[in-house]
Design a protein around this ligand. Structure first.
Ligand SMILES: Cc1cc2nc3c(=O)[nH]c(=O)nc-3n(C[C@H](O)[C@H](O)[C@H](O)COP(=O)(O)OP(=O)(O)OC[C@H]3O[C@@H](n4cnc5c(N)ncnc54)[C@H](O)[C@@H]3O)c2cc1C
Length: 327
């Protein structure tokens, strides 16, 4: 019988990504609710020393797969290794992060394992010994509760920055195990030739704690300077609506929404963004939403916790000056 909760860790260049701590924290809560163990799978090259710290967030065991072919991430290699481990280990629940990499991995992995999976979940619970996952549907207009009928592992991906992070407990550590796995060259159909890094030093939107976003109301690319000034001051990243991206004002990597990035920062400041449903789909799980718009009937105000009706070219610089007084 399927037993235990497993999560798949995400690392880049040997550094554990924040989404990993989030799903380990959530995995711990689910494992406790089931009265079962939590195992984390960590793949990479020379990665073993990072394994023990996952115990501080609640992992009982970390299975390390160490191989030069597992660095950097490729879908082929990771799916090949993880599917083998899951088939042997037979976990009841398998959690992945719904990050860019996690979405890529989990969709292929679920097909390989021939199990159902729920993508981009915002809430998990255990009911009658089974996983119940809540996920947004219709671009966030409604939420569906999903169960996995006789499909094991019950596989789901958690939206980044939504799951509550456990306080790391330095007195706890995980059992670290070298996993036995096979990685046939025949399974490796792609190889990474080059990795082009974002040299801006800015935090990726999906991991940002605060985001200041601008839409068509910014009127041109040069005006983003006022958002960047505010963002630099409060340690935020700058995002954009699709209109701004389609106009060529901002790169696609800045786009928030249904066809952009899904973000859940603690603070989302929407400037000159109307609040179309496709934009809301990408940011409505933000903890605090501030909207600045000159149209008092703009739909964004229905989602906002704080709204300023006014011209953003007056309001944003004034806000920046006010913030300076507190720093
Ligand atoms: C399949 C599909 C996928 C899509 N995916 C996305 C997506 O991922 N992300 C996304 O954002 N959109 C997406 N869209 C587009 C979406 O429907 C909207 O067209 C878009 O979000 C509108 O962008 P906006 O709010 O910047 O522009 P607008 O809707 O034109 O709104 C501009 C706002 O700025 C305000 N404004 C103007 N000047 C000022 C000023 N000086 N001060 C203050 N306020 C001012 C206006 O009152 C207005 O509310 C998608 C659409 C489709 C069909």
């Amino acid at each position: 019988m399927a037993q235990g909760v497993w999560t798949i860790a995400e690392q880049r260049d040997g550094a554990i990504r924040k989404i990993t701590y989030e799903i380990v924290s959530e995995g711990r809560r689910l494992a406790d609710a089931l009265g079962q163990d939590l195992t984390v799978i960590l793949l990479g090259s020379n990665i073993k020393e990072k394994a023990a710290e996952l115990g501080q967030y609640g992992a009982d065991r970390v299975m390390v797969c160490d191989d030069p072919k597992l660095e950097p991430y490729t879908t082929d290699a990771y799916v090949s290794v993880i599917s083998g481990l899951v088939k042997n280990g037979d976990p009841a629940v398998l959690l992945v992060g719904a990050s860019v990499e996690g979405k890529d991995l989990s969709s292929r992995l679920s097909a390989k394992l021939d199990v159902a999976m729920a993508q981009d979940c915002t809430v998990f619970a255990i009911e009658d010994g089974n996983l119940v996952a809540t996920r947004p549907i219709y671009a966030g207009k409604a939420y569906a509760k999903v169960t996995f009928e006789n499909s094991f592992p019950q596989m789901a991906a958690a939206r980044p920055k939504v799951m509550e992070l456990n306080e790391p407990d330095a007195s706890k550590s995980a059992e670290v195990v070298d996993a036995e796995f096979t990685l046939d060259d025949g399974d490796l159909k792609t190889s990474v030739v080059d990795v082009l890094k974002d040299e801006s030093g800015k935090v990726d939107l999906t991991e940002a704690d605060k985001i200041v976003s601008g839409g068509r109301g910014m009127k041109g690319p040069e005006n983003y300077k006022i958002l960047e000034d505010l963002a630099d001051l409060i340690g935020a990243s700058v995002g954009a609506s699709r209109s701004a991206v389609d106009a060529g004002w901002r790169p696609h990597s800045d786009q928030v929404g249904q066809t952009g990035k899904v973000v859940s920062p603690n603070l989302y400041v929407a400037c000159g963004i109307s609040g179309a449903i496709q934009h809301l789909a990408g940011m409505s799980t933000s903890k605090v939403i501030v909207a600045i718009n000159k149209d008092e009937d703009a739909p964004i105000f229905q989602k906002a916790d704080y709204g300023v009706v006014g011209d953003l070219f007056d309001v944003v610089p004034a806000l920046t000056e006010e913030v300076k007084k507190y720093l």
